[in-house]
Design a protein around this ligand. Sequence first.
Ligand code: GYE
Length: 424
Amino acid sequence: MEKELKDTAYDAMAAMQERLKDVDVVFANSDYVAQGAYEALRDMGLEQSIQIVGTDGFTGEDEGVDMVMQGKMAATISCPTGGREAIQYATNILEQESGVPKQVILRSRTITKENADWYLAELKKETKDAGDVITMGYSQVGQESKWRLANTRSIQEAAREFNIRLLFDDANQSQEKQIAAIRRFIQERVDVIVVSPVVETGWDEALKEAKEAGIPVVMSDRKVVTEEKDLTTTYIGADFLEEGRRAMRWIRDNISPYKEEMKILELKGNKGASPTEERGRGFAEILKECPNYQIVYSEYGNFTYEEGKEIIETYLHNHVWDVDIIYAHNDDMALGAIEALEQSGITPGKDVKIISVDATREAFQAMVEGKLNCAVECNPLLGAPLMKAVRDMVSGKEMPVRIITEEKVYDESMAEDLINLRAY
Ligand code: GYE
């Protein structure tokens, strides 16, 4: 097969000799094709004037990485086969393990003469084996919601199960405390730092310090946005944009407009957090296609029960109640809103439809009671996939770029049957 690819590529290059005077770079869809292209260019005396970029990044003799090191190719883009991951996750599924991700995006690297030695060394790096204790510094957002408490339990249980020494820091919603924790973990020379970042931005300095210290950083649950690339190794968590889309799609498909403008009140998480920003954007993306629905009031409730309740109380204080739908970025704010509505004689789930995100057991109970109409799942049980990925990384295996958890949408029609099966 490989020889066939190479020979076909050679013939193709030779056939277009007349047109090659206008060509600067050849992009080859595999390193075997690149080999054929290189030999053709060499035989035409063009190997110095036309660069080749390949794909695969295999490490055998005269394969992609070797061709780069010999100067026959300018670069090759590694394409992980995914075989090990496929077997690992298939085994997890057969063994009915929890936390099997919906999607795993493997890392691809651009290999040039400058980093080829580093790349080969990384692949052969001596690291801790499965039996060694790994020390993990974990900076947690806080304890703002039932989801967060379930997330923390999952992290702590999985650390014990995977023989990982966990240095756990609860930042109580403070980015300053999280940055201080990252610096403490660097001082303590942990093997890996994991952060659930309270907000998306403002992390570059601390993450650069971790990179300079050679300590990998994994983002768990929430994401960061950094100016410099490659400051974090992997993101393990949900697709918040899709969660926002799912919430508005459920509204569009289940709450028919009974007036010209259906008024939506939005309870948002904490400002600048990736779930807040992305659930808002995902929801708005579908809302744009639904002219009969409009967000008429939107406030930050910081994912807490109390602030969800306060927002509704404030709205009721300043307005005659005219809201048709409440979209809450998490269950805790939805449950706080439900209490405020009931205290004002408004029947939640009937007089006003309520959709929230997380799908905790408490949300299922509210759906059983008919007070909540829909819960979009956001799985907090990240402990197992996180510890698996970290153990793999420390034992020298390549870490995926992203591990996205499996999620569903639930409504009151199914709540009774499923509530006792909920894992959180
Ligand atoms: O939806 C909320 C928690 O970061 C996805 O934070 C998490 C969110 C979750 O407080 O309940």
